[in-house]
Design a protein. Structure first.
Length: 396
């Protein structure tokens, strides 16, 4: 076998079939000559009982001496027990981020998330994640790529943080699916943007103003009584909009709403006599299972946003969202002395941290309770004061 040099490789003849010429100095280093005239450097070695080949580069593009150095490096990896050809093939077959997104939606979101949540994930992926990262290989994504992507969404910090959380979940699953090494999640340590919580609670005067608008809308027929009833029930129960929007008569009991499913699973929500009075005021269509009836037979209302925009404008409350009705229920409960744990159970929060956003509203109730307890203690341990004025003791 000759030593491979540029001059020697240049003179190798083209034959009808490809053939390989090995180097005399570096065992396993060779050049492959194809019928097309292409000449390519490679290494040949054995791993796991199999003969493997790994291409290094084309003759003419890669200098012969550089190819020899790369061959020595790769053969050194083989000597350490590695299999560079298998590693390279795995990388070439590795899925793209776009493919990982599709698998995430199909195998995780559709199975483990509520339909609306899965739909929101799909929108986040199609609008933001795929356009920015979809073309890259999952195995090639680095923390700097994630940080750059997150920073590019700085004008919408809430969406940016949701995208980061979704990517983090996907890369955790990528480790489970063995398409990334364990502990390699590139989203780790990427800081989230600060989010300003939207806290809007209706005051007593605003509630009365809104109630007047409700009454006038129903009396004039400008709004459906079902729509107005939905907003009233949201204020009286603290439910999520979807829970009232899709409420069925079968779920209503004398004391509770027994929801078989919700954002946080099955829920049992206290239902007051006043809330029952709202239901009693509604017309009921035979055969329609829904409380908040829609325009078509046997359907529920699907649009509470547009009527709400009209009603809140009439009440001078244009900054109030439908979800703020739920916040108002929580704030009213907390300021009237109901403990946060109970409020969280009523609202169906899955973790206590969500309810803690209302903690500052409990200050007055806590202070009043503390004063009552302190007064009871003082009555037991502080001696009755002498009605006679205290005498002055003169110290000489």
């Amino acid at each position: 076998m000759p030593k491979l040099t540029k001059r020697f490789v240049d003179k190798l003849e083209i034959e009808p079939t490809d053939y390989i010429v090995f180097d005399a100095e570096v065992g396993g280093f060779a050049v492959r000559v194809f019928p097309s005239g292409l000449k390519s450097y490679l290494i040949q070695y054995r791993s796991g009982g199999r003969t493997r080949r790994l291409a290094i580069g084309r003759h003419g593009t890669v200098a012969t001496d550089e190819a020899r150095k790369e061959a020595l490096r790769r053969l050194g990896e083989v000597a350490k027990g590695e299999d560079p050809s298998h590693t390279r093939n795995q990388r070439l077959r590795a899925p793209s981020v776009a493919a990982m997104c599709e698998r995430y939606l199909d195998e995780h979101a559709k199975v483990h998330c509520k339909p609306n949540t899965a739909r929101n994930y799909g929108l986040l992926i199609s609008n933001h994640i795929k356009p920015a990262l979809g073309m890259f290989k999952v195995a090639d994504i680095k923390r700097s790529d994630i940080a750059d992507f997150h920073h590019s969404m700085r004008d919408t910090p809430y969406q940016a943080n949701r995208a980061l959380a979704t990517l983090s979940k996907m890369f955790n699953l990528a480790e489970l699916w063995c398409i990334r090494p364990d502990g390699s999640n590139p989203c780790r340590l990427v800081p989230k943007f600060k989010e300003k919580a939207k806290e809007r609670y209706l005051s007593q005067s605003e509630l009365m103003r809104l109630g007047q608008v409700f009454s006038e809308a129903v009396a004039s027929g400008s709004e459906s009584p079902f729509v107005v009833a939905a907003y009233q029930l949201l204020l009286m129960t603290g439910c999520r909009m979807s829970e009232i929007q899709t409420l069925k008569w079968a779920y209503v009991t004398p004391t509770h709403l027994e929801l078989p499913d919700s954002k946080t699973g099955a829920r049992r929500i206290p239902f007051s006599a006043d809330a029952h009075a709202v239901l009693a005021s509604l017309p009921r269509t035979l055969g329609n299972p829904y409380v908040i009836e829609g325009r078509w037979p046997n359907t529920h209302n699907t649009d509470l946003q547009h009527p709400w925009q009209r009603l809140r404008k009439a009440a001078g409350l244009e900054d109030v969202r439908i979800h703020d009705l739920r916040h108002t229920y929580a704030s009213m409960a907390v300021t009237n002395g109901i403990d946060l744990l109970t409020v969280g159970k009523i609202l169906g929060h899955s973790n206590y941290q969500t309810t803690e956003r209302y903690a500052h509203l409990a200050d007055e109730a806590v202070r009043n309770a503390s004063d009552r307890v302190s007064g009871m203690m003082a009555g037991a341990i502080v001696p009755v004061r002498n009605e006679q004025p205290a005498k002055l003791r003169v110290v000489t």
